[in-house]
Design a protein around this ligand. Sequence first.
Ligand code: TRP
Length: 449
Amino acid sequence: MEKQRSSFTGKLGFIMAAAGSAVGLGNIWRFPYLAAQYGGGIFLLVYILLAVSFGFTLMVAEIAIGRKTGLSAIEAYKKLDSRFAFVGVLAALIPTIILPYYSVIGGWVTKYLFSFIAEDIHVIAADGYFEGFIASSFPPIFWFFLFIAVTAIVVVLGVEKGIEKVSKVMMPVLAVLTLIVAVYSICLPGSIDGIKYYLLPNFSEFSYKTVLAAMGQMFYSMSLSMGIMITYGSYMKKEVSIEKSVRQIEIFDTGIAFLAGLMIIPAVFVFSGGEKSALNKGPGLMFVTLPKVFESMPAGKVIGAIFFLLVLFAALTSSISLFETVVSFFQDKMKWSRKVSCAVVVGICMLLGVPSSMGNGAWSGFTLLGMDFLSFCDFVTNNLMMPITAFFTCVMAGYVLKKGTLETEMALSNGSEKLYHVVIRYVAPVCILLILLTSVLDFLGIMKL
Ligand code: TRP
């Protein structure tokens, strides 16, 4: 039975839904640790340049593809040009790999929320607390199961609307609280080196890895190259301006990521005494740094608990939409019922999530390309599959489709239209190819950069 495609109510409905999907752990957890690791200011600069060029262009293209066809990713690519059907499948595979490890991190957030409620803050902020937690076997898996169970139950019961309503209130509060903590962080004595590191680009830290990491992060944070914006576009009313909506989502998404960096990176300098290795904590950075910030704050325990609750909501709205995307992929492609599809998705999450969690502890000896399992899933999706999907999207939109097919749908203003064409035809495909080629050569050891 063909389901009637409902529309978002008006402009705000679309922006809130798309922003709800975009703002999540990517902004608060992933962006700060990458910025810390890849040179601070230079990463921030590259990220912003990519967001306003690539990010803008690709999001406009994806939403236009969705609204034009009224279909979800797999069917949309097929309909526009059957030779590009594989791009739709690739795009749908990405959230299937992201969801399991996203839920592992969601589990860490849930655990921290409970810790802030039930434990002494000095215990949580002590050195080694986080490391001890992720290296243990059972607790992280327990929290991961809890997170994925809540996500699945929300989807199975079809109560996303309820969660969305709550998160419409929670998101702006999260933005405000992040701002407050960021201001507090930069006022800590000794933060100035960290502020400089984060805000002033140091060109000697630049390498292709900065661009690769920033590009992957941009796709991830803006939920691009995984079919999600195509699906959202298919629900978008014709009279809503794509250009304006994309600008607003972009500003909101980048703004929160920027503040999250400001909240965490200067604090890393404060609490490590300026030691460089503290910047390379990777996925644990936020969990190690923030408790120390809250510990030094008046009423830090309460603020910390509220903060992790808000982050948990941001993570849940994202994991729900990831879960939905994967479920509808199985429903459409395999013609499985919704219940069966949900069960299969939970199964996949266990299969990929348990090794992601154990990779930090008991199974840390098992690595792929030198990475633990969680980092490997993160790397393969963000730094390989998403650029490849984006590349083919650019080729299709910029060269293969008849001019005007998507352009009339986009109805861009003059300046943006020029930017769009240059980026989709030349800048984006060439940069993506160069970056991918460099990483492959580097990996093979032919070129050491
Ligand atoms: N953009 C989300 C974040 O920043 C994460 C995410 C990646 C996502 N892919 C998605 C969310 C697909 C929803 C749907 O955390």
